[in-house]
Design a protein around this ligand. Structure first.
Ligand SMILES: Cc1cc2nc3c(=O)[nH]c(=O)nc-3n(C[C@H](O)[C@H](O)[C@H](O)COP(=O)(O)OP(=O)(O)OC[C@H]3O[C@@H](n4cnc5c(N)ncnc54)[C@H](O)[C@@H]3O)c2cc1C
Length: 465
């Protein structure tokens, strides 16, 4: 049971991957550590409990990763997805540090699956957690508690008393009761603000009412907002986030990974007006899945429909929800609430533009359209063979990129250019330093693990001074 009359060496805000990596690292340095998690125990672990893998650099095959994935290739992948919108020093630090994280994770009880081809074909670059993010979190909590880390659930940190770069105390609501907690150093690892629809509306307007939050409802950005209001420098673009197209029937929060749909490249995607709006075959799904949330968010009513015929029905992971099926396009449109004539016209125009090619799901093939706007540049085949199938799509927000600015020691930077004295940050709350835009599968956990470990170690070392 936490003791509010005590001054802890290190106070960790949050209960996800970054928080637990920080708590374990700080404790291994000999610090007394208190973790404050807003969620009740059953829902501990934030977005991290939904994860499956971490992207790790390696120079030779390992038990869980095939071939090699060097620093330069990892860096080039990151530059491509971010368009160079990244802090190279912090990014390269993260990449290099991933070469050491797997053994550290294993020492904390995390287990990995043998290398697998998986749905996203990531056997070379990404290590998959055996049992997923929940098993990973359970291992971390067990290790943390065995080491003597104290954990308090149902405890929301409401604000930090930040005075000239020094956190003097934090105010919390613990199981409904207000309290003040003191610590020599603090690690902010409370995630993004994606579960705060009001905040999303500042950038997206009322469209945000139609967004589905894939992960924890506890990531409301309360600490981020509190820090930015107290002279902490911000990093990252507030309008940018990781957003994928998910099944529109998913729950408003916490639906997790199973609501994602992989059918887009093998389908045509239309909006509420039954019109196509983007090249569904631009590239392989792993390289494009993170742009489709934003694309759907920009459509009227923030809804879209992926339309497939029976030739393509077995090419992707099925949805957790049943497909909408029909024997004709008009019947399908009626079931989806679309104008049947408009959808028939879109499908007819598309079919007429499809060029004969050699269909191949393993490469950027030559099946494409000609004279159509927008084009479908690969995997374009006619949609003409019943039964027809459709999945409704909505923007599924994974996490936001606006965060606090940090340095290589995970120290939070103040607006006057100085680092805060005893305040560190790790995870989504600082991911925007490195992820200016775009996303690389497995990079969220890479950032949180690397900077969680740094923040915990630095916080403990500050506390010992
Ligand atoms: C469905 C899904 C699948 C994903 N799959 C992957 C994947 O396979 N690989 C990958 O790298 N990334 C993946 N991600 C992204 C990944 O989850 C995140 O980047 C990473 O988990 C962030 O860790 P974190 O510790 O910063 O945040 P979180 O894990 O979200 O933890 C934040 C914690 O802070 C707590 N909190 C918030 N506010 C307060 C407060 N005021 N007081 C106290 N506690 C507070 C929350 O309860 C939560 O426990 C996925 C995300 C989702 C939603």
């Amino acid at each position: 049971m936490a003791d509010f009359s005590k001054t802890y060496d290190v106070l960790v805000i949050g209960g996800g991957n970054a928080a637990l990596c920080a708590a374990i690292s700080a404790r291994k340095q000999g610090a007394s550590v208190l973790v404050l998690e807003h969620a009740p125990r059953a829902f501990r672990g934030g977005n991290s409990r939904h994860t499956r893998n971490l992207r790790a650099m390696h120079t030779a095959p390992t038990s869980v990763l095939t071939e090699s994935y060097g620093e330069d290739e990892y860096w080039e992948d990151l530059v491509r997805v971010t368009g160079g919108n990244t802090d190279e020093t912090l990014a390269r630090m993260t990449i290099r540090a991933t070469a050491q994280v797997l053994p550290w994770m294993e020492a904390c009880g995390v287990r990995f699956q043998p290398s697998l081809s998986g749905t996203l074909s990531l056997s070379r670059t990404n290590a998959f957690f055996l049992g997923g993010g929940k098993a990973l979190l359970n291992a971390y909590y067990t290790t943390a508690e065995r080491l003597g880390v104290e954990v308090l659930y149902d405890t929301e940190v409401v604000s930090l008393d930040l005075d000239d770069g020094l956190v003097r105390s934090v105010s919390v609501t613990s199981r409904g009761f207000p309290a003040t907690v003191r610590a020599k150093a603090v690690v902010a690892s409370s995630g993004g603000f994606q579960a705060n629809i009001g905040w999303l509306k500042r950038y997206w307007g009322d469209a945000a009412d139609n967004f589905i939050i894939r992960g924890t409802p506890y990531a409301k950005g309360r600490i981020l907002e509190n820090l930015l209001a107290q002279g902490v420098q911000q990093a990252g673009d507030p309008t940018q986030c990781h957003a994928v197209a998910i099944d529109a029937r998913a729950p408003a929060f916490d639906g997790g990974i199973v609501t994602r749909l992989d059918c887009v490249p093998f389908s045509i995607v239309v909006n509420r007006d039954a019109q196509r709006f983007y090249d569904e075959g631009e590239d392989f799904w792993p390289k494009r899945y993170a742009i489709w949330g934003r694309l759907v968010a920009q459509q009227p009513g923030q809804i879209a429909y992926s339309i497939i015929d029976s030739k393509a029905a077995h090419l992707f992971m099925p949805s957790v929800f049943p497909p909408v099926t029909a024997d004709s396009i008009a019947e399908l449109a009626a079931k989806l609430g679309l104008d049947p004539a408009a959808l028939e016209r879109t499908v007819t125009d598309y079919n007429a533009a499809v060029q004969t090619g050699t269909f191949d799901t393993t490469r950027l093939d030559d099946c494409r359209t000609e004279g159509l706007t927008p084009p479908k540049t690969h995997w374009a085949r006619t949609v003409d063979t019943a039964p027809f199938t459709a999945y409704p799509l909505r923007p599924g927000i994974t996490f936001t990129y606006l965060g606090v600015k940090i340095d290589t020691q995970a120290r939070v930077q103040m607006q006057d250019g100085r680092p805060a004295k005893n305040l560190f940050a790790a995870g989504e709350i600082m991911a925007g330093n490195i992820l200016g835009r775009g996303y690389l599968a497995g990079f969220g956990m890479a950032i949180g693990t690397v900077f969680g470990r740094i923040a915990g170690k630095e916080a403990a070392s500050y506390a010992h001074h």
